[in-house]
Design a protein around this ligand. Structure first.
Ligand SMILES: O=C(CO)COP(=O)(O)O
Length: 230
C-alpha cells in the first residue's frame, strides 16, 4: 500500500458550487499539476458524486468525504467502504465537524478502511479528541476548531495552542500518525505557521474552493509547505 508523503496539503471540496462537475475537475487537475511541480502531497476530497470521474482523471490521492463501515448488501442510502475501494479512492476523510460521528462509528470506519487497504484522515475538534483518535491509529488526523471553519481566521494564528497541545498529546499516544490542522487556513503564511507549530500540513476548503484562481492558492500553499517542512 502506498503511504502518504509529508508535507500534505489536503483540499476538502465540501459541497460548494465549484465542488461539482467541470469546476471540480479543474481544481483536481490544478492540484495534480502543483503536486507534480513542487513534490508536495496534495490530496483532493470531492463529494461522492464526483469520485469516480476524478479518480479516473488524476494521479494524486483522492479521498471520500465520508464512508460507512458496510460490505455490499441491503444498505439504502449509505456509502460502503468496499464500494469506495472498487471506485479506486485512496482514502477516507472521517468525522469532519460537518459530519460528526460517535467514537464507535469512527473505529468501525477506520477498521473497515484498513481491511480494504484505504487510508484514513480523521478529524478532531480538540487536542483531547485528537489524542483519542490517535489511539485508533488512522494514517492521519486533522485538528480543526469548528468555530473557525469557514471564517478565514486561521487556527494557526488565532489558536496556535490548539495545534501545539494536539501535537504534544497525540505524540504521547502515537508516534507515527500524520498530524494536520485546518479551519480558516487562507494564506501561505497560515500554512507556514501551521507547520512551524509542529504539523505536517493542512486541511483547507474555502480559501481554495471559493478562490478566483484556485491553482494560485494551491501553488502558494504548496510552495511554502515544501519550504517550511523539515
Ligand atoms: O473544514 C475545513 C476543512 O475540512 C476548513 O474549512 P475552511 O478552510 O473553509 O475554513
Amino acid at each position: 500500500m502506498k503511504h502518504l508523503k509529508v508535507p500534505v496539503l489536503a483540499i476538502n471540496f465540501k459541497a460548494y458550487p465549484t465542488s461539482f462537475g467541470v469546476k471540480a475537475l479543474e481544481i483536481a487537475k490544478a492540484a495534480e499539476k502543483v503536486a507534480q511541480e513542487y513534490g508536495v502531497e496534495v490530496i483532493v476530497i470531492p463529494p461522492a458524486t464526483e469520485l469516480r470521474k476524478i479518480v479516473e482523471s488524476v494521479s494524486i490521492p483522492v479521498y471520500a468525504q465520508h464512508a460507512d463501515p458496510y460490505e455490499y448488501g441491503a444498505y439504502t442510502g449509505w456509502l460502503p467502504v468496499v464500494a469506495l475501494k472498487d471506485i479506486g479512492v485512496r482514502g477516507i476523510l472521517v468525522n469532519h465537524s460537518e459530519h460528526r460521528l460517535r467514537l464507535d462509528e469512527i473505529v468501525a470506519i477506520v477498521e473497515a478502511a484498513k481491511k480494504y487497504g484505504l487510508e484514513t484522515l480523521v478529524c478532531a475538534d480538540t487536542p483531547i479528541a485528537a489524542a483519542a483518535i490517535a489511539a485508533i491509529k488512522p494514517v492521519a488526523l486533522a485538528v480543526e476548531p469548528p468555530e473557525l471553519i469557514g471564517t478565514g481566521i486561521a487556527v494557526s494564528k488565532a489558536k496556535p495552542e490548539v495545534i501545539t497541545n494536539t501535537v504534544q498529546r497525540v505524540r504521547e499516544v502515537n508516534k507515527e500518525v500524520i498530524i494536520l490542522t485546518g479551519a480558516g487556513i487562507s494564506t501561505a503564511e497560515d500554512v507556514e505557521a501551521a507547520i512551524r507549530l509542529g504539523t505536517a500540513g493542512v486541511l483547507v476548503a474555502s480559501a481554495i474552493m471559493k478562490a478566483q484562481n484556485p491553482e494560485k492558492v494551491i501553488k502558494d500553499m504548496a510552495a511554502v509547505a515544501k519550504a517550511a517542512y523539515k
